[in-house]
Design a protein around this ligand. Structure first.
Ligand code: N01
Length: 544
């Protein structure tokens, strides 16, 4: 679809990932005229950009898919227990085809500005292609991990070899066969890509600043009986996931790690380790709130690392000791720790002596030079706020979102931010988002927003805005809940700690997917408590 110079739509949706796709579908059903803007050349969001070797979802395939249409969830078959990136992208494209979404999508177009006009209650969006679009609603489905981040080493431009970021992996793929490769970082993306890169590279050197806890995925081809069992019980299972804490069904044990004998504790942890995946964190109900409980689980995993990695010094370097398990995003891997037993893999600790510079031939750590053919940045994202604050968003009275969020993001329910009427955030900061199964949280937000717009249409309302005092209360609540857990003790991207100068604020809402949904539903049922709703601007003026 090509934009005309100035177009008018009911809703402008920014982003064609799972959030933007479903939002378009829901709003079309309400009869709204919509346009989706997407920087990439296709749909899929995260799964469009993150094509690095080994990229895979760590929520089980049967749970990581849309639940809104029975035919969609019945007709699609996943080939593995945990789907790889190509298959998830294929799924996103399948949904786009089935729902004929692309005709309202404009690709290779990045929204650069959005301005609210309080006189008309309309947003004007501008894009890097020069498009100007006027919309009643501006819906930011921009993703939580969509602005890739590279550190700013001196000499970044000097390196003569190839450089890559896991979050911007070339579509044509990269052949690292026989190369001397560096991977910087040991987060989820690195932990998935390192075992695959090690198989191709002549030599792989991993630069680790903070070791991470990782649990084996135990990924397999999809067992037919397992798929069938899910497909016949989808309604119940989806309902249970929506009411759960994380949006993922993982059989949580509802008792404390301190309530059982040491023998029992080890047996439970071993059972979860053998089952694999993030369900390890559901071994007990207090792993993220009780330091002693957490210590037991953390030491269990450290001992596993010690048993898997042959060289004791490397094993000790890989064993995380500086943060409670789970407070930095828990990783899920296939043969990550075993990869360090390969002769062609070296681990370099850059915690005490950081990477000093990039050179023409590689990296400098202190006085030591390392030469490479390719350097892979697995250095993460400016998470949750980075994409939104890079768009020049101006609300009432020209207030800039970037300025408003200077000391940390402020939202009411993670859905709207006061002063920015008619702008909805899909899985915004202050909502469970990244602490949950993203598709469950996306569907909940999209449904809430679509229902809200239907409510407004039915009553000829034209403008909705979060109340600032309600927003202050919500921000306080998000903080209070977070500080009852161990999460804020880690230097994680949840806290903004990975971006120099970013305020240290716990950004997602940790109160749980189920109870959060209930709160959102109650707010709607009470006539959108905490929001101001208004008729069209001209009508309001006439009534005064
Ligand atoms: O990014 P990260 P990611 N010198 O920020 C290191 C989701 N995800 O792309 O911890 C040296 O976690 C940094 O070190 P430190 C998931 O939610 C999901 O891996 O800051 N190192 C860290 O080790 C995940 O959490 C899936 O000390 C530097 C790494 O780079 C999120 O995306 C798969 C450095 C960045 O790790 C982000 O994961 C992949 C420097 N100057 C991702 N700067 C699945 O579903 C940064 N680092 C499986």
């Amino acid at each position: 679809m090509t934009a005309t110079a100035t177009a008018t739509v009911d809703a402008a949706i920014v982003g064609a990932g799972f959030g933007g796709m479903y939002m378009l579908h829901r709003l079309r059903k309400l009869g709204l005229n919509c346009r989706v803007f997407e920087a990439g050349t296709g749909v899929g969001g995260t799964w469009y950009w993150n094509r690095y070797p080994g990229a895979r979802c760590d929520v089980e395939s049967m749970q990581y898919s849309y639940s809104f249409a029975e035919d969609l969830q019945q007709e699609w078959s996943w080939s593995e227990l945990f789907a790889g990136q190509p298959e998830i992208l294929q799924y996103a494209n399948h949904v786009a085809d089935r729902l004929d979404l692309r005709r309202d999508m404009q690709f290779e177009t990045r929204v650069t500005e959005a301005n609210f006009d309080a006189e008309t209650h309309r947003w004007t969006l501008r894009t890097d292609n020069g498009d100007v679009v006027v919309a009643k609603y501006c819906i930011m489905a921009t993703g939580c991990l969509s602005t890739a981040r590279k550190p700013d080493f001196p000499g970044m431009d000097l390196f003569r070899g190839q450089t890559y970021h896991t979050g911007h992996w070339p579509h044509e793929g990269v052949d690292l066969t026989g190369m001397r490769v560096a991977v910087i970082g040991t987060g989820s993306s690195a932990i998935q890509s390192i075992p695959v890169i090690a198989q191709a590279a002549k030599h792989l050197t991993v630069f680790q600043r903070t070791p991470n806890f990782s649990i084996p995925s135990r990924n397999t081809a999809m067992p037919a009986a397992y798929e069938q069992q899910w497909k016949t019980t989808y309604p119940e299972q989806r309902a249970a996931a929506r009411a759960s804490r994380t949006g993922v069904l993982r059989n949580p044990n509802d008792f404390s790690a301190l309530s059982v004998s040491e023998e029992e504790r080890l047996a439970i942890l071993e059972d979860r380790w053998q089952r694999g995946g993030t369900s390890f964190m559901a071994s007990f109900n207090d792993l993220v709130v009780n330091q002693q409980a957490n210590d037991y689980a953390a030491e269990f995993v450290r001992n596993k690392i010690r048993s898997l990695v042959r060289d004791p010094a490397t094993a000790e370097l890989l064993a995380p000791k500086g943060h409670p398990i789970g407070t930095k995003r828990i990783c899920v891997d296939t043969d990550y720790f075993l990869t360090y037993n390969r002769d062609n893999v070296t681990l370099v600790d850059v915690a005490k002596t950081p990477i000093a510079a990039m050179t023409e031939t590689g990296l400098k750590i202190g006085d030591t030079a390392y030469d490479f053919d390719a350097i892979v940045f697995a250095t993460g994202f400016d998470a949750m706020t980075g994409t939104l604050t890079r768009i020049d968003i101006r609300g009432r009275n020209g207030e800039s979102l970037k300025d408003k969020w200077e000391a940390g993001p402020r939202t009411y329910l993670g859905l709207m931010t006061a002063g920015f009427p008619n702008m909805f955030l899909i899985t915004g900061p202050g909502s469970p988002s990244v602490l949950s199964n993203m598709i469950v949280s996306i569907e909940q937000h999209v449904d809430w927003v679509a229902d809200c717009i239907a409510h407004m249409n039915d009553r000829q309302l034209d403008c909705i805005e979060a109340d600032r005092a309600e927003e202050d209360q919500w921000v306080l609540h998000v903080n209070e809940v977070a500080f009852k857990t161990l999460y804020p003790s880690a230097n994680s991207w949840y806290m903004g700690a990975n971006v120099p100068g970013k305020p240290l604020v716990f950004m997602p809402y940790i109160g749980g997917v189920g109870s959060y949904r209930q709160t959102c539903n109650e707010v709607a049922a009470q006539g959108y408590r905490g929001f101001h709703l208004a008729p069209p601007a001209r009508q309001a003026a006439a009534a005064e």
